[in-house]
Ligand binder design. Sequence first.
Ligand SMILES: Nc1nc2c(ncn2[C@@H]2O[C@H](COP(=O)(O)OP(=O)(O)OP(=O)(O)O)[C@@H](O)[C@H]2O)c(=O)[nH]1
Ligand SMILES: [Mg+2]
Length: 307
Amino acid sequence: MNYSASEKSDENFRSGMIALAGRPNVGKSTLLNCLLKQKVSITSKKANTTRHRIMGVLNDPGTQYVFIDLPGFNTNYKRLVDRSVYKTATTGVSGTDLVLLVIDCRGWHEQDTLALKRIQDENLPFIVVLSKIDRVKNKNLLLPVIQDVAKRTQINEIVPVSAVKDENIAELKKAILKYLLPGPPLFPSDVVTDKGEIFRTAESIREQIFRYYGDEIPYTSAVQIEKYEQDNKVLQIDATIWVESKGQKRIMIGSGGLNIKRIGTEVRTRIEAEQDIKVFLNLWVKVRARWTDDLQSISNFGFSETD
Ligand SMILES: Nc1nc2c(ncn2[C@@H]2O[C@H](COP(=O)(O)OP(=O)(O)OP(=O)(O)O)[C@@H](O)[C@H]2O)c(=O)[nH]1
Ligand SMILES: [Mg+2]
């Protein structure tokens, strides 16, 4: 990881940290992946998918954008683990050069107010991203939403985008660029994210859990990678999925182990394709009662208040 001579010496270079903030499920992680043109953060139909602060670096000629994906702002938490995740969301915007306040284009939601207040309390520069515009067929319907958002935020820079259809992303980058200060790149050009393969593997498993199980299990499970060892072209991964009850364990494993096999196959083939390597993945499901309310377990499973 080295800076090239041209990276260091270009006086017109601009760089900066840009947080993606907003209520859960508005499309922050999908937008990050779209901006980077690769997957660094998991996504799902369910709210509260992202639990950690995840950095993604985009290098354009003369510019480095350091995006910070964050958990959604949500004070409606029941468990200690949710409080830890919420802290990551609130502290994550601090010290950034710009915040993208992501709002679903179908209209303002009371939880958006919470994210807005946090940004305003810190006096952070921000622009609004109206997400998921592909969901609105008649684009005239966006106008009243834009007017309402402008009134609530006192911001004129409101950029409608679709991360799924890759619409208006160039406009968004242009809007961000104005806030980036002249200065050298913050990271060497080969750095894409701050998260390593072990974290990404655990997240891949979690993504499948969000995809395949109902409302409760995604929020009461955690993934711990016990072994991650590469020998030539073979990668051995042992992972434990922690749940809170025997009933959840039964559901997670499924009849004849079918559910857990499906998750294993999905994750294994993804890593094999990404890394061109043969993967042996062992998944265990274990029970730790009420881990979501136990500080020690929360910390053991990789959560921290500031991440
Ligand atoms: N149609 C459409 N769906 C989108 C778009 N962006 C995101 N989604 C969907 O919205 C859902 C939530 O996306 P995420 O990226 O996980 O949302 P998030 O804001 O990161 O959510 P949390 O991590 O829970 O805070 C997923 O089902 C996405 O596929 C978009 O541009 N168009
Ligand atoms: Mg997310």
